[in-house]
Write a protein that binds this ligand. Structure first.
Ligand code: ADP
Ligand code: MG
Length: 368
């Protein structure tokens, strides 16, 4: 994978950067989560520094509509001269992208069906606007969309600085410093089961908490009461019997009472892991050289956040190398804690797919 550097950019060249501008917005329509924007500033600066003209392309999907104008405003509030470019497909030669002081942002790629359909004509039109391609959208790296897998075949293509750093950091799972502990929580066992299976091969210990633990506990014969379970039962027999799997031993129920495995009743809702489970996890973290965490350990946004906060704090303090990712996980973290984690992954679902696929995501293959 070639990484973008100043040597590859001649002055005046247009550099199309596939970006992650798909941020969440606050109620007043402003950028609410700027992590992915902040993490691409180095690449934008590199392009500007070499005299290149950055053109950002991205999708956005959120409740407030589908325009990238709030992102344009965000850049302008940070001292950029940013401009939204619309109606760029079919190719329109009258669109002027020649001002090297401007940060051009193409309007939502998904306004055009060709993006998700991976349409070659759409990719060709995009390629006509630029001299180079940079992928700085690691969180989209698992998607076979036109701007991710076709466009880089039409231009000299490079990984952006954050993209390359994500690959380097997350590749630690394949040749980890040991002991290596993976903590996985959240929900959606349907999507995370194959990943857990993979992790059982890679790690020395896999702790499963949050709602993700419920179907595993149930499969091992444990009562889980009214706790969150997948709509369709799924086969997790290869997971529950694995020797390096670790599951919670106590919980916080709907009445905020601590209950042990034996005390779970038919009307219990296991909304957080309990203090003994947290203690066991803290010991595990202290013994590990590498700890990776994805997925909250409880229903944190509903106030069942004690375990999630405790583990966040523990990871912030430990000497072990720490990597944390996941949209909801980062939302639970807070910036103070975030700054003490060795690597915060912007990858979301792509982080999990990266591990599951041995690092062979579509966006990476095309850059190689
Ligand atoms: P991430 O986005 O970090 O990958 P997920 O999307 O998989 O995480 O899951 C996050 C969701 O799981 C949150 O809404 C959280 O409240 C929920 N969750 C975690 N544990 C529980 C639980 N014990 N009961 C109900 N919901 C839970
Ligand atoms: Mg999520």
């Amino acid at each position: 994978m070639k990484i973008i550097s100043t040597e590859q950019i001649a002055s005046g060249q247009k550099v199309m950067i596939r970006s992650s501008l798909n941020v969440s917005l606050s109620e007043n329509g402003q950028v609410a989560d700027e992590l992915r924007l902040v993490r691409m500033l180095d690449t934008i600066q590199l392009v500007h520094g070499a005299g290149g003209i950055p053109i950002l392309i991205s999708h956005i999907k959120n409740d407030q509509g589908s325009t990238l104008q709030p992102v344009v405003d965000w850049f302008n509030n940070r001292g950029f001269k940013s401009e939204l470019v619309a109606n760029y497909f079919p190719y329109n030669e009258s669109i002027d992208l020649s001002d090297s002081d401007t940060l051009y942002i193409f309007e939502n790629l998904r306004d055009y069906p060709g993006e998700k359909a991976n349409n070659l004509e759409f990719a060709l039109a995009l390629s006509n606007y630029a001299d180079l391609y940079v992928n700085e959208s690691f969180d989209s790296a698992h998607r076979e969309h036109a701007s991710i897998v076709s466009l880089p075949n039409l231009l000299p293509a490079y990984a952006g600085l954050n993209f390359a750093a994500e690959v380097e950091q997350l590749s630690k799972v394949f040749t980890p410093d040991r002991p290596f502990t993976f903590i996985i929580g959240g929900a959606k066992i349907e999507t995370k089961a194959p990943l857990i299976t993979k992790l059982l091969d890679l790690a020395d210990k896999v702790f499963v908490g949050g709602a993700l633990a419920n179907p595993l506990l149930q499969a091992s014969g444990q009562e889980v009461g009214k706790s969150l379970l997948p709509d369709q039962p799924i086969d997790v027999s290869n997971i529950v019997n694995h020797p390096i799997l670790s599951l919670p031993v106590d919980f916080i129920d709907q009445d905020k009472q601590v209950i042990t495995l034996d005390e779970v009743a038919a009307d219990s809702n296991l909304l957080d892991i309990g203090p003994d489970s947290v203690k066991a996890l803290e010991l595990l973290i202290a013994e590990s050289d590498l700890v990776i965490w994805n997925g909250p350990l409880g229903y944190f946004e509903g106030g069942y956040d004690v375990a999630t906060n405790a583990i966040a704090e523990c990871l912030a303090k430990t000497d072990s190398y720490t990597i944390v990712g996941g949209g909801d996980t980062l939302a639970a973290l807070g910036s103070e804690t975030e700054s003490k984690i060795n690597w915060i992954s912007t990858g979301g679902g792509a982080m999990l797919d990266f591990i599951e696929s041995n690092g062979e995501l579509p966006a990476i293959s095309v850059l190689n």
